[in-house]
Design a protein around this ligand. Structure first.
Ligand code: G4F
Length: 360
């Protein structure tokens, strides 16, 4: 497809999207470099497990230990590897955690982005590199659904505010210095590689464990929030497509369908043949197995956030028209993929196997 091999740098390569994007780019013939934070590097069994699971070992890509908040080191790395494309996926990505660590969230999510933009400018790489910035639908916050590129942002969390500041930095550097930098405003995207502290994976892991008998009850917070959930595999392709455009721009990626956390729970249990019936109100609400009456779901007030984003529903029309991007996975396929992957994981663990193929 290309003459010379293209070089890409992915920050946050150890995360869900980082792994899928690295796999995608390697298949496209790229030489991939990844920036990995010290704690992922020091505990490779845990920190690099997604890359290992995708079969992405050191032979397939080059990992660099570092941190996006270290501006000098980021500049030195970009100078050394001279990437054609930079995908900035490094972030503190858990919204609830951002309420507990707001300053760290701003450091990583905003100043980390600034470090990359400044490196491009300082190194005079404005015309030689293209940048993708992982912006987020969380920036829409309490803006009424559906949301698209023209919806005014109303962030509701330190995470959303930090991502919005980074979004504006990207636009500002694009306009001021002519840098080819695009914001992907991605709605929630999940997969079997999703972290277990996000609600979808928490649910699918618990459903598999309840089915397998190793767990009793799933405990959740707000069941009513609506999210537009897609599959991470579809979304990394969208990131790459944004950098194929002659002009940098900002794009929403979403499925155009929203479901509540409650519906996700129901669909996930349906995947193992269980119907959930609900009773009670608020924190007293419970979900039980319709057939046996067994308690399956309870509510913990500690899992509610200081401020909630109630309804995210994306309109990805612009990406469809300009990038020819359409998701392949919708809600039912996504839930099925995640529950089945967690069932398989449990089987392998029960058989003494680790799902993550470790290489010494
Ligand atoms: O899975 P979540 O933690 O994802 P959230 O907050 O929507 O953020 C994700 O999507 C954003 C895109 O819009 C990304 F930018 C961000 O990095 C991240 O990937 O929570 C989803 C919903 C929330 O309303 C939350 O209050 O689920 C609700 N929820 C209910 N019980 C729970 C739980 N969330 C978590 N994490 N854990 C619970 O027990």
């Amino acid at each position: 497809m290309f003459g010379a091999k293209k070089t890409a740098l992915i920050t946050g390569i150890a995360g869900q999207d980082g792994g899928y994007l690295a796999e995608f780019l390697i298949r496209k013939g790229y030489k991939v470099h990844g920036l990995v934070r010290w704690d992922s590097y020091m505990d490779p069994a845990d920190g690099l497990k997604r890359l290992e699971a995708l079969g992405l070992t050191d032979a397939a890509l080059t990992l660099h230990q570092g941190d996006v908040t270290d501006a000098q080191a980021v500049t030195a790395l970009i100078k050394a590897i001279k990437p054609d494309e930079i995908y900035n996926l490094a972030a503190l990505s858990h919204v609830a955690v951002s309420f507990k660590t707001p300053a760290v969230t701003m450091e990583i999510n905003t100043k980390g982005t600034l470090a990359i933009l400044e490196a491009i400018r300082i190194l005079d790489m404005e015309k030689s590199v293209r940048m993708y910035q992982a912006s987020s639908s969380e920036m829409f916050g309490s803006a009424p659904a559906p949301q698209d590129e023209n919806t005014p942002f109303q962030p509701c969390s330190p995470y959303g505010v930090a991502k919005l500041a980074a979004y504006w930095l990207v636009k500002t550097y694009r306009d001021a210095y002519g840098i080819h930098a695009s914001n992907g405003i991605l709605f929630n995207h999940e997969s079997p590689a999703r972290g277990e502290d996000f609600v979808t994976r928490k649910i699918t892991k618990a459903v598999a464990a309840i089915e397998g008998g190793s767990r009793e009850v799933l405990t959740l917070g707000n069941l009513e929030s609506m999210r537009d959930w897609g599959h991470a595999r579809d979304y990394v392709e969208g990131m790459w497509l944004m950098l194929r455009q002659e002009k940098a721009d900002d794009y929403v990626l979403a499925t155009g369908q929203a479901h509540s956390v409650r519906e996700f729970v129901e669909r996930a249990f349906a995947q193992i043949g269980t119907t959930v019936v609900w009773s009670g109100q608020g924190v007293e609400e419970t979900g039980r197995d319709k057939r046996t009456g067994r308690l399956l779901v309870s509510i913990d007030p500690a899992l509610f956030r200081p401020k909630e984003v109630n309804h995210l529903l994306g309109n990805a029309r612009k990406a469809q028209d300009a990038l020819n991007w359409l998701p392949k996975y919708y809600f039912d396929d996504l839930v099925a993929d995640m529950v089945n992957a967690d069932r398989a994981l449990l089987w392998r663990e029960a058989g003494g196997d680790s799902v993550w193929k470790m290489t010494g």
